[in-house]
Design a protein around this ligand. Sequence first.
Ligand SMILES: NC(=O)c1ccc[n+]([C@@H]2O[C@H](COP(=O)([O-])OP(=O)(O)OC[C@H]3O[C@@H](n4cnc5c(N)ncnc54)[C@H](O)[C@@H]3O)[C@@H](O)[C@H]2O)c1
Length: 395
Amino acid sequence: MILGVPKEIYPGERRVGIVPAVIPNLKKAGLDVAVEAGAGILAGYPDAEYVSKGARLVGARADLFREADIIVQFLCHGANDKNGNEDLPLMKQGQILVGFLRPLGTIKTVQEIAERRVTSFSVELMPRTTRAQSMDALSSMATICGYKAVVLAADTLPRMFPMLTTAAGTIAPARVLIIGAGVAGLQAIATARRLGAVASAYDMRPAAKEQVQSLGGRFVELAIEAKDAQDARGYGTAQDESFYQKQRELLENTIAESDVVITAAVIPGKKSPVLVTKEMVQRMALGSVIVDLAAERGGNCELTKPDETVVAHGVTIIGEFNLAATVPYHASQLYARNVSAFLQYLVKDGKVQLDLKDEIIRETLVTQGGEVVNARVREFFSLPALQSAPAGGDA
Ligand SMILES: NC(=O)c1ccc[n+]([C@@H]2O[C@H](COP(=O)([O-])OP(=O)(O)OC[C@H]3O[C@@H](n4cnc5c(N)ncnc54)[C@H](O)[C@@H]3O)[C@@H](O)[C@H]2O)c1
């Protein structure tokens, strides 16, 4: 079987779906790897490294799609909302597609992939289980986003992060508040602490408290309890507006006292709650920084401009999307390991085994045989349940 790795085409995208280091493992699973020439260069992986690990270079993208049984991308049609549709005509019936598809974004893009009769797997739908941990690309990217958010904030803040005692006096440490202590938030705490800041964090899920504290962060307790704060998959759940109103009131003073606020409170497939209003921004000290990791879903800060950095009331608000893409070397390395773990799971003895009794396969499979077959996606978009279960077995 041939695994094809096209160059990413989203404008400015520097990551690549497969890095040379994972090729030997893919070969062991019976996969020959073909890479579009130049696909890894912007991430720091030259063509020669792919070749030295046993991959073959293909010059034309259309040829790569024609030859490949499996395509691995970062941003597939759907997740690439700028020009991802350019790949649609290149896809062929029965081809397997693995990557970010943004399956809860719009049903249109998912249906367009289905119409190509492609068997697609969305890495966003990977179950959050111990067994699937090595395949969890969302966690990998969130880890990088959390790290980069702090690095950006430290670079922008007119203060230093660590406490310093110098002959010219003492410098107080920066105070960093993280709202939403999921994977990104927890990495932001760890990074802020490494740079010497005092880090605190708040999350509506009670389970987050221990995780924040284990990283040396202070957990901000609010006198408010979320209803069913965590769903069965471990994600935070949407709350009603009166809950968010109360949160804003209770967070106001802590935010005003922070030099940096990193917001990462997102709900899968939903608009992010506004937790920092313009009045709260006004109360922050001049030069303070907000990094809004929820910007792509509307943002946790009322003044966030999607994919932009703005200064409002003397506070810099960073709403850049896709921070993981700004660390392309390691983002590609982690993603390639996640995807190759998934492919080694899916492909046995050079054959794709669509075992739909397996949770990992069933939950990530989005389209097959011309249909959107994923139960969660169908339910999310209120599509009627399928008459018959998708066909399993060899693909
Ligand atoms: N393999 C695994 O077992 C595995 C892998 C990854 C994550 N997880 C767990 O899944 C959970 C979610 O992780 P994630 O980072 O992917 O989720 P995520 O990106 O959805 O994180 C968003 C965070 O914001 C929080 N949040 C949402 N609305 C909020 C609000 N109004 N106020 C405060 N906080 C709010 C959520 O509780 C969550 O912690 C975590 O418990 C994580 O430990 C488990």
